[in-house]
Design a protein around this ligand. Sequence first.
Ligand SMILES: NC(=O)c1ccc[n+]([C@@H]2O[C@H](COP(=O)([O-])OP(=O)(O)OC[C@H]3O[C@@H](n4cnc5c(N)ncnc54)[C@H](O)[C@@H]3O)[C@@H](O)[C@H]2O)c1
Length: 441
Amino acid sequence: MNVTVFGTGYVGLVQGAVLANAGHQVVCIDVDSHKIERLKEGHIPIYEPGLESLVKENYAEGRLEFTTNAVSAVAHGDIQFIAVGTPPDEDGSADLKYVLAVAETIAKHMDRHQIVIDKSTVPVGTADKVKARIAETLAARGIADLTFDVVSNPEFLKEGSAVADCQKPDRIVIGTDSEHTEEVMRELYAPFNRNHEKIIVMDVRSAELTKYAANCMLATKISFMNEMANLAERLGADIEMVRQGIGSDPRIGYHFIYPGVGYGGSCFPKDVQALIRTADVIGFDAKVLKAVEARNHEQKTTLFQKIQHHYEGDLQGKTFALWGLAFKPNTDDMREAPSRVLMEALWQAGAKVQAYDPEAMEETQRIYGNRDDLSLCGTKEAALKSADALIIVTEWKSFRAPDFELIKQQLSQPIIFDGRNLYEPKRMSKKGFIYYSVGRT
Ligand SMILES: NC(=O)c1ccc[n+]([C@@H]2O[C@H](COP(=O)([O-])OP(=O)(O)OC[C@H]3O[C@@H](n4cnc5c(N)ncnc54)[C@H](O)[C@@H]3O)[C@@H](O)[C@H]2O)c1
């Protein structure tokens, strides 16, 4: 099938490459001409395991193309995906300007029946807005009778395993009330629906809300667990024991109940905020979501509070080794990353940071530029050199079994602040470390 994808970010590029790999003919379009030029040269703008080879192979074999030309891109696809960003507006609601701009672009060049798919995460009612924008534009072109359809098809991929998630989705949610569109969508996703039925067809509004409900549920699990961790710490309990104790209940499960330094990334913070705002607009007080957000906000400061407490409020002139900058492992994404809140608080208090991350160094450099109080180090060991303590913010695999003797030698004092509970407190104490973690006394 001929498919066009607007937006070559985490969602659009991965979706485009995976569809091409399944045999569809895909054109990816972006307004960022630099990105498109680089993609044509084989440079992948984001780190996502398996993405580079997938893009290069399908590009070389002619199933995947990149362009900035809207005329040819719209002409290509019987199916037009909208996979552009929906960042938070000033009031926390999802800003739809990019989504609606794409809807208008499609309508400006549409010359046959086409299906427009909302792949971006968008609030309930957005498909109606997209429909209205397309209809207005077609009317202005004097072709108001040209038919089209708008579908909600939210994306559930996880950054860090986006390719695998797209290739083997848990479910494919399709919001449509048209039988014809449902059939086209079933054909599009047939290569991903062979093992067992994954397609769930529903009305458009339910599909739009499903995406927010999924992210808000996961954010709720994290904030709940962080609340338990804070309680455990004050009650003399060990949250890691509690985690195992509750995770073994299949109604709860082990996923997403790790305590830590709060959730970040481009999705959970903005999606929780946007759903709160959606509820506000209709006069509904989303009490649970507001608590989830508030807990997360505070949780991002807990490690800093522990550091400050240890040094009795005097961080002036201290230097900290910091392992892990990305908001989670296996990505270079720094959006809303807890590391940013922590580093900014440390700088504010007069401390310096020597940081290392396996993938997010370039992104950190792009965000913060050159500053005297930030050194970006080539290895995790280099970051330790003469630092006063080590802080762990992201649970990359390569941090799980480090050379503790080397850490002791390199730090001026054997102190670790661990925001991800990577190590065993008793073992750390035996090794001679002062070890702070989350939810364990
Ligand atoms: N990142 C994730 O893990 C994830 C997962 C599921 C859903 N989502 C949702 O998917 C959407 C996209 O997220 P992302 O992380 O891929 O965003 P992103 O910021 O990485 O990429 C968006 C891309 O869209 C491009 N763009 C903007 N306006 C355009 C236009 N008019 N025409 C063509 N391209 C345009 C931008 O240049 C950019 O390259 C968001 O709504 C997000 O909430 C993201």
